[in-house]
Design a protein around this ligand. Sequence first.
Ligand code: WQD
Length: 332
Amino acid sequence: MKNILVTGGLGYIGSHTVIELIAHGYNPVIIDDLSNTSLDVLKKLEEISAQSIKFYQADVNSETELTRIFSESDIHAVIHFAAFKAVGESVNEPLKYYRNNIGGLISLLQVMKSFEVKNIVFSSSCTVYGEPDHSPVDELAQIKKANSPYGNTKQIGEEILSDCQFLNTVALRYFNPIGAHASAKIGELPLGVPNNLVPFITQTAAGIREKITVFGNDYNTKDGTCVRDYIHVVDLANAHVKALDYIRQHPDNHFEVFNIGTGNGLTVLEIIQAFERVNQLKLNYTIGGRRAGDVEKVWADNQKADTVLGWKANIGLDEMVRSAWAWQQQLQ
Ligand code: WQD
């Protein structure tokens, strides 16, 4: 059984990936410092998968803790999610982001090297493209100066991995993950005021937030609001399984990147309207000013993931917004 170390495995994307790993015959070993999640997620993962899952409460910045974990578990590959990911917060606290996102990656790679573990799937982001010259954006698109320290930590992370010749890396550039597991037992945990659009929508629908502010409707798009490539988190989770399969089939590979998006661009207002239509409710929203750092439009050319990884998104917009609301409702 292939043991897969999942750092940040109790987080939003990590938890959904753990379920798909188990469903595809892998054995996840989770480490998480619980700084942005709760231990209850582990209980829910064991309920969904109907099995116990090995968990370590640990900080990826601690080589001592990582060494103990690697010495106790015969790790075949690592999926590295553990990082801070709030774009706005990274602008206010850059050092916190560089220390954790870059420092944590370096600590992890040092220990992988000492245990001769070379396989890693890296959680990267479409933010590495900044404002692309055009969309859909493919993996050969120019990597522009990051719009935020968060985006820069993803660019630097990819460069570090590419420079480490001992590794076999697949970097997945996520677009906009939304939605929740069909069981509604796991989803995006709302710790504090949400930065992202869909948690803000679901909390407004639940009456936790008074209204949604749409950040600008004067962009050069069909309805003036920004365009993003929204992908169901379970489709995204399955891309990680395909990445592990790819690494196993290409043991002498060194570094590959893949865009993980649906290939469709949707505006903010289209998401709001879909949420209202599918969940048969009205949302309270107003049009406000633009948010600093937002790109106008970005969506994926996902051909490479389709032809090389054999992965494509299967879950449509209606299930994305239905599952997001079902998750929020069971949180009450
Ligand atoms: C989406 C759109 C906002 C909130 C995210 C992640 C980032 C990366 C890429 C993985 C934008 C608008 C939002 C609100 C709004 N993913 N919006 N009102 O900025 O694309 O970045 O995906 O690495 O980590 O943060 O996502 O959901 O914040 O914004 O109008 O209250 O919704 O302006 O156009 P973003 P988002």
